[in-house]
Design a protein around this ligand. Sequence first.
Ligand SMILES: Nc1ncnc2c1ncn2[C@@H]1O[C@H](COP(=O)(O)OP(=O)(O)O)[C@@H](O)[C@H]1O
Ligand SMILES: O=C(OP(=O)(O)O)[C@H](O)COP(=O)(O)O
Length: 395
Amino acid sequence: MNKKTVKDLDVGGKRVLVRVDFNVPVKDGEVTDDTRIRRALPTLRDLLERGARPVLISHLGRPKGAPDPKYAMDPVAKRLRELLGAPVRKLDGATGPEVEAALDDAPEGGVTLLENSRFYPGETKNDPELAEGLAALAELYVNDAFGAAHRAHATTVGVAEKLPAAAGLLMQEELDYLDSVLRTPERPFVAILGGAKVSDKLGVIESLLGVADTLLIGGAMCFTFFKAQGYGVGDSLVEDDYLEEAKRLLGEAGGKLVLPVDVVVAEAMEEGAEARVVPVGEIPDGMMGLDVGPETVEAFRSHITDASTVFWNGPMGVFEIEAFAKGTEGVARAVAESRATSVVGGGDSVAAVSKLGLEDEMSFISTGGGASLEYVEGKELPGVAVLPDRIDRGE
Ligand SMILES: Nc1ncnc2c1ncn2[C@@H]1O[C@H](COP(=O)(O)OP(=O)(O)O)[C@@H](O)[C@H]1O
Ligand SMILES: O=C(OP(=O)(O)O)[C@H](O)COP(=O)(O)O
């Protein structure tokens, strides 16, 4: 990676705004997977050791541009406090005179965590006024939020244009690893896609098919393909705007694109719902597909076993609920057991792998799902593109 990093900045005594991706799963006020927080610690520790005063900002979930207690950063602050071993102060805003005044009183040797950036409507619009307000909080900017680098938002792009900026250590590690392994993968290269951000991910399938030898599709997105094939999908999640594209992709991809042969269905996506396995094409009306079935897991496993490189983003089903977790578990175990170089990316995929205690069996855990997908496609990530290049001394 030829970008300036935090190591190139003279941070001593300075206030440094750090964009982190603390978009972690939260249940009943507790962070249920802290991978993204732990992975940001090296940058935070480096800044603290060099006498900087870090001010952290992140989004959490997808609130609609206004404060929403469900997405407040307090549970994240609590977990960060336990992990960092230095004081963590959490503020209830992310910009404005009150925040500025609070930062003027910042105690030495700790970090300040700002409130969810998506409580501000300007964040996702990359509004220059919000970026200006954020830039007023610090003297330097560091982006360590690889998981959000594919978003051109005020905290990832706008503010980077207004302050001296650099990449954080996690950002550097992610880009260096993904560059070395996925841009020139050892073949066969098998990509596995799942999850629920269907409209985000359907768009990348075409370019992924250009890079991978086989693409295994599970999660919610397979139902758009089934519907495009003319199958009944009951109440499963479907992206109707993509049906034509799905049809075209199915025609063009041939055997490269592998869909489930059976699915787990239930009447509702909830704990205790009665689940059963049905062949694809036999999803009853009033039921929804919430996981891939056992025959699919076996079929996917044989592709994974033959692979030399595996890239996985998105759980195969609603793994948070026991009855719909077997597909994700089966695929996770197959990837863990394979001899392939394996990269797992995405907040929920990583949560699924760590829930099973399989992190150490993967070659690399990427903190970004959508971001790693776009990177593998060969796209430039806006949050990276905006950072200044590193010019070696003597050049
Ligand atoms: N068939 C399905 N129907 C509805 N939701 C699903 C289905 N399969 C997986 N999901 C959900 O997808 C979510 C993760 O999706 P996504 O955010 O795209 O993955 P990642 O964070 O790994 O990139 C999980 O919360 C999971 O419950
Ligand atoms: O969780 C994230 O992406 P991922 O689910 O693709 O890994 C990032 O924090 C980006 O979140 P967003 O997709 O709401 O912009």
